[in-house]
Each structure stands twice: as C-alpha cells, then as structure tokens.
Design a protein around this ligand. Structure first.
Ligand code: NAD
Length: 468
C-alpha cells in the first residue's frame, strides 16, 4: 500500500470498525513532544507568511492535485479506519480536496480596506494578516474533510498548523500530511500529531502561549471544555459542534423528493454526521404516505463492510456507539414509539446497527433531543406550520435544518424562522466548500468554507497614517 510507512510507530492501535481487527499502530505523541513541535512551527511560520499569497497558492494547488491523484488510496484508508462505504469515502476525499483548491485561490483575496478619512492629513486603512500558529482537533467521522477545512485556510493565510486527529482515524490525517509535505508545505509548518492523551493535548493547545487559534470539530461537551480552558490564554476559537437537525415535511412537499433528501441526509456515514437529519417532522395529512415510501427505501439498504461493493450502510465507529444507539431506540419504544423497520443490532456483526424507523415519536423522548449518530429515523407528527417551527427550534443545538415545501410564502417564512446556521430547502445535502458551514447556539462558533472560512485565520489590523 502506498501509505504503508504511516503505520510505523508505537502507541496508538487503529482498528477496522467492520472487523474489529487492528490495521496499524501509529506513533502516539506526548504533550512534551507536541509542545516542541508547536515551538518549531512558530519559528518556521515567519518564512511561510513572508511568501506571497500566490506562492502559497501554488503549493496548496499542488497539494490538491496530489490528494486527487491518490483518491483511491486515500478512500481505502478512510474506509478501513472509519468504516464508511468506499463510494462515500471517495466522495469525502473529493469534498475534502475541494477545500484545498478553494483556499488556494481564496488566500489571494485577503483584502484590507481604505476608509474615507475622519480628518485632514490622516489616512485610515486596514490590513489582514494570518493569526499566527494554529492548532486543530478533529473527529473521526470525516477523517479527511475535517482536516482540510481547517488546514487549507490556515496555510493560505500564512499560518502554521498542528493537528491532533481523532484516535480512531490517524491514518488519513498522516497521509494528508505526507502529501502536503510532498507538495512543498514546509514540514514544521504543518504537523499531524496523533496522541493517546487527547485531554492533555487539548489543554496544551488552549494554554500554550504560541498557539494563537484553536479550531475544534467534535462534541459540544468537549467544545465547552476547550472554551473554558481557552480563557486562560484568550486563545481564538472556532467550534464546529454537535447538531440535532430537524427534517420537516410539509403537506405541500414533493414527497418523492423529500424521501430522496431524507435518505441522503440521514443514512450518509450510517447516520454519523453532525448535519444528519435527527428528527423527522411530518405533517398529519402526508404522514402515512411519506412513511410508506421511506419504509420501501430503507428495506433496500445494504448493511455490511464498507469495503464490499454494494454496501450502503457500514459499521458504527465502535461497539460503544452501537450500545448508545440501541439504548436510545429502546428508550423510545418504552415510551410508546413503534418500530417500523430495524430496531437493534444488525446480524452482520458486532459493530453494525440496523437501519431503523420509529413512528409515534414525541419531542420529549431522548431519541429526539439527543444527537443519535446512528441510522435511526425518529418520526414526529405535527399539525401546522407554527407547531413544526416550535418543535424544530426547541433544542439547544443550531447546526443544520431541512424542510420540504412548495408554497413560496411558506418557504420564506420557515427559512427565516428556523434558528440554525444552515438550512436546506428541498435538499438534503448542503455541504460544499463554496458556502459557510457552521452552527449557532450549542452547535458552535465560526464558519468553515467560503470566503468566511479564511477570515477565521486572519486578524484585522487598523492602521492610521498621519502627517500626510
Ligand atoms: P469528541 O468530541 O469525543 O472527539 C472529537 C475530538 O476531540 C477527537 O479528536 C478527540 O480525541 C478529541 N477529544 C476528546 N476529548 C477531549 C478533551 N478532553 N480535550 C481535547 N480534545 C478531546 O467527538 P466525536 O465523538 O469524535 O465526534 C462526533 C461529534 O463531532 C458529534 O457531536 C458531531 O456532531 C461532531 N461533529 C461536528 C461537526 C461540525 O462541523 N459541526 C462535524 C463532524 C462532527
């Protein structure tokens, strides 16, 4: 395998979630080693920042080309360590690479302003400069894209970046690092540091005086912990946290389109995405027809090892995840939900959960208020538009929301009323490098992708020139 050397090292075993077999052991960095790498990154950063934006762009573009020319190898790694079906892994590599391509260009547009002066003899202007040395902590569910969304804008802005990948998925991260160095990113300027001490490294990132910015994607619980710790050093933070996406089907919706959207949004990565439909709200008059169509489609899903052709639902990341999803389903059933499909562990193997549909779910059940992170469709009935909006917004989360409707007035009203960072209208897949991705409330701070994604790594400096 092309990336065979990545597996060198001692400390962190990487398991294939489909088979529970160990596929590699990688070096686990200590906090002392990582502190030294932060200091080396900070020392090397000046020379990287001193290159022109166009020179950095050329290097980033080469990195993009290398990632795309290794798409198959990278996809195989993603599937092996995260479990997602190979077709999805290929899609993730292309999606992740698109952020590198985007920010290679966007870095050239870190414009400042000249501001009409307030006094004769003075001139007012702003310039934008990289924030400095950055750190990132990423999750296992998109082991490529969650890294490129942070590293590409940081490098484009002239920053250095040290990334701690999730313990479950260090291989994709190390492969990205290898390709970036091959493309010409100086080794000290971008480091990937797997560790078996995530809490210790989180504290180091928050408190090391040379880390000026920390970008985190993961659970709300850990995001809150990092926010508390970052106060000590007033470290800038971007937080991409958990979600509890409502998926609303109104009575004027195109039901077939809504079913397509739900299947795409809900079952990608076996339901383990932060923007997954988590609560399906269906209006009374279309409830039964919609559910019948969803049942038909769910019956056609194929659970299995993501490396096998034809698999559409891979394993969950580990057995603890299977237990957690099982407990949410059991709790809902005890409280009166009806199982229309699946309902428990899959006979395929210990790490797999059956695609599940639950009818008669109520908003107070845990399955509707917690982030499920599994292939479960909990369906809640509603009577009218105000009730749907009330239920949809009744959550501390605010990442993604979806709804299907055709009435233009309703589309505007609901789009504006949903308290979310992202709204999909008549579409179940919203992620793209050209648009700002991010949440409000307990779903986080800041945006990734688009021109706003570059701002996260830039400081705005105001300069007043007198004596003119
Ligand atoms: P997690 O918070 O447990 O882990 C995420 C990362 O944080 C991992 O690298 C982990 O090692 C690290 N970590 C764990 N404890 C830590 C600590 N005390 N200090 C510092 N770092 C620590 O989350 P997870 O289970 O790996 O990922 C799933 C979560 O991520 C879900 O809540 C999901 O919604 C969220 N997510 C959000 C987005 C987004 O863009 N908003 C994208 C993907 C995933």
């Amino acid at each position: 395998m092309l990336f065979a050397t990545l597996a060198a090292g001692e400390g962190l075993d990487v398991l294939n979630p489909a088979t529970q077999q160990r596929i590699a052991t990688v070096k686990a960095y200590s906090t002392e080693e990582i502190a030294r790498l932060i200091e080396a990154a900070d020392a090397a950063r000046g020379a990287w920042a001193a290159r022109t934006a166009k020179e950095r762009s050329v290097v980033l573009r080469r990195w993009y080309d290398l990632v795309m020319s290794h798409q198959e190898d990278l996809a195989a790694l993603v599937t092996a360590e995260s479990g997602k079906p190979l077709a999805e892994a290929r899609g993730e590599v292309a999606y992740g690479a698109a952020f590198i391509e985007w920010f290679a260009e966007e870095g050239k547009r870190a414009y400042g302003d000249t501001i009409p002066t307030f006094a004769n003899g003075k001139r007012v202007l702003t310039i934008r400069q990289g924030v400095g040395t950055c750190a990132a902590i990423t999750p296992w569910n998109f082991p490529v894209a969650m890294i490129t969304r942070k590293v590409a804008p940081a490098l484009a802005a002239g920053c250095a970046m040290v990334v701690k990948p999730a313990e479950a998925t260090p291989l994709s991260a190390l492969a990205l690092e290898t390709l970036a160095h091959e493309a010409g990113v100086p080794a000290e300027v971008f480091r990937v540091v797997p560790t078996d001490d995530p809490a210790g490294v989180g504290t180091l990132f928050c408190t090391h005086p040379q880390v000026r910015k920390l970008s985190f994607t993961g659970s709300t619980r850990v995001g809150q912990l990092l926010m508390e710790q970052a106060a000590a050093n007033v470290t800038r933070l971007s937080l991409e946290l958990g979600g509890n996406a409502p998926f609303i089907v109104f009575d004027d919706a195109d039901l077939d389109a809504a079913v397509d959207g739900l299947m795409a949004s809900k079952f990608r990565n076996a339901g383990q995405t932060c923007v997954c439909a988590n609560r399906i709200l269906v209006q009374d008059s279309v409830h039964d027809a919609f559910l019948a169509k969803v049942q038909e489609r769910v019956a056609a899903l194929v659970v299995g090892d993501g490396a096998q052709p034809g698999t559409t639902i891979g394993p969950l990341i580990n057995e603890a995840a299977v237990k957690k999803v099982g407990a949410l389903v059991a709790d809902a059933c005890e409280a009166g939900a009806r199982v229309l499909a699946g309902g428990g562990k899959s006979p395929v193997g210990t790490g797999f959960f059956e695609p599940t549909i639950l009818a008669d779910v109520t908003p107070d059940m845990a399955v509707a208020s917690a982030e499920i992170f599994g292939p479960v469709v909990p369906v809640i009935r509603f009577a009218d538009e105000p009730q749907a909006i009330r239920i949809a917004n009744d959550t501390p989360y605010g990442l993604a929301a979806y709804f299907y409707a055709r009435d233009v007035g309703r589309i505007w009203r609901v789009m504006e009323a949903l308290e979310y960072g992202m709204v999909g209208v008549n579409d179940g897949i919203i992620s793209t490098e050209v648009a700002p991705f991010g949440g409000i409330k307990h779903s986080g701070l800041g945006r990734e992708g688009s021109r706003h994604g570059l701002d996260e790594y830039l400081e705005l400096k105001y300069c007043l020139m007198g004596g003119i």
